[in-house]
Design a protein around this ligand. Structure first.
Ligand code: NAP
Length: 299
């Protein structure tokens, strides 16, 4: 506490708003050129307060860049097959370029079946197996939004990825694993840690770039971080006093790292921004490739 801050704080809010401004211009040009307004459909099941907030943030963000969004709300009792029928209708709707199913879904719903029903050219969250497989071989259509946002943050600071030792703490399907694949595709040497990793510090101390996505406040302490490391904190934790905290000891590590992201205001604003980017990319693709766009569905 009270020491000298060495790290540059990466301002995710500023980077996100720069990307959104550029996107708004590109979307306006696309509309003028083609008459097409990018469209995003958001599916919300039940009334979980956090999910409701996330969805309204996404809808607001769409409006701010000129993407038309439609929210379809369903009661918690909806069955897997009914949800799949709704998704199929959106797959065939030419005004919709992105389909997002807000997770988590109620436990009786088969999440994998629902995600696999999304046409791959509209899978702007990047959770369809086709997109996940594409990530593995370095040739995906849509990258999942949170790790994609992290890559954009690193690029915004011209941080070299190639040949760097990257350690990722957290191995979930939506953050840790795709993050590892995206950084491997950029020629980093990547280690992934998780809850059963023995002696986490022996890995984290080696990281030139440390990405933490575990959902555990103060999991990463200054002695676990190499001097000069880049520290990206994906975690979002609601503390007992109501404030938000990441997974790393921000104050302590900011005295050691070369770059660090704050929570809030780091990775968070980038996630929704990359969703907007993916939706725009999908709409552009549909205009440039009208014959193949609707044919990317898997059987
Ligand atoms: P998740 O599905 O709960 O996965 C957490 C991962 O962290 C798991 O792989 C788990 O290991 C690992 N982990 C848990 N405790 C650990 C420990 N003590 N040491 C090492 N690894 C540990 O969570 P998620 O969806 O990936 O999200 C992770 C965090 O990022 C959450 O705080 C979430 O709110 C936040 N998040 C932020 C954004 C954003 O936009 N900023 C987006 C998505 C998520 P096991 O696999 O062994 O269980």
């Amino acid at each position: 506490m009270g020491g000298r801050v060495l790290a540059k704080i990466i301002d995710g809010k500023a980077v996100a708003s720069r990307i959104r401004l550029e996107l708004a211009e590109k979307i306006s040009a696309l509309k003028k050129m083609s008459g097409v307004t990018p469209g995003l459909a958001v599916i919300l099941v039940g009334d979980d307060p956090a999910s409701t907030v996330y969805v309204s943030n996404k809808v607001r963000a769409c409006g701010s860049v000129g993407i038309k969004s439609v929210t379809q709300r369903f009661g918690v009792e909806i069955e897997t097959d009914d949800l799949i029928e709704k998704i199929k209708a959106l797959n065939d709707d030419p005004d919709i370029h992105g389909i997002l199913v807000q997770l988590p879904l109620p436990t009786h719903v088969n999440v994998r079946k629902v995600l696999e029903a999304i046409a791959i050219e509209k899978d702007v969250d990047g959770f369809h197996l086709y997109n996940v497989g594409g990530l593995v071989i370095g040739d995906t259509i849509f990258s999942p939004c949170t790790p994609y946002g992290v890559v954009k943050l690193l690029e915004s600071e011209n941080i070299n990825i190639e040949g760097q030792n990257v350690v990722i703490v957290g191995a979930s399907n939506i953050v840790g694993k795709p993050m590892a694949l995206m950084l491997m595709a950029r020629d980093a040497t990547v280690a992934i840690c998780h809850a059963k990793t023995r002696d986490l510090a022996q890995f984290t101390i080696l990281a030139d770039i440390l990405v933490v996505a575990a959902g555990k406040p103060n999991l990463i302490l200054p002695q676990m971080v190499k001097t000069g490391a880049v520290v990206i904190d994906v975690g979002i934790n609601r503390m007992p006093d109501g404030r938000l905290s990441g997974d790393v000891d921000f104050e302590g590590i900011a005295q050691k790292a070369s770059f660090i992201t704050p929570v809030p205001g780091g990775v968070g604003p980038m996630t929704v921004t990359m969703l907007l980017e993916n939706t725009f990319q999908s709409a552009s693709y549909s205009i440039k490739n009208p014959c193949t766009y609707q044919k990317l569905h898997l059987p």
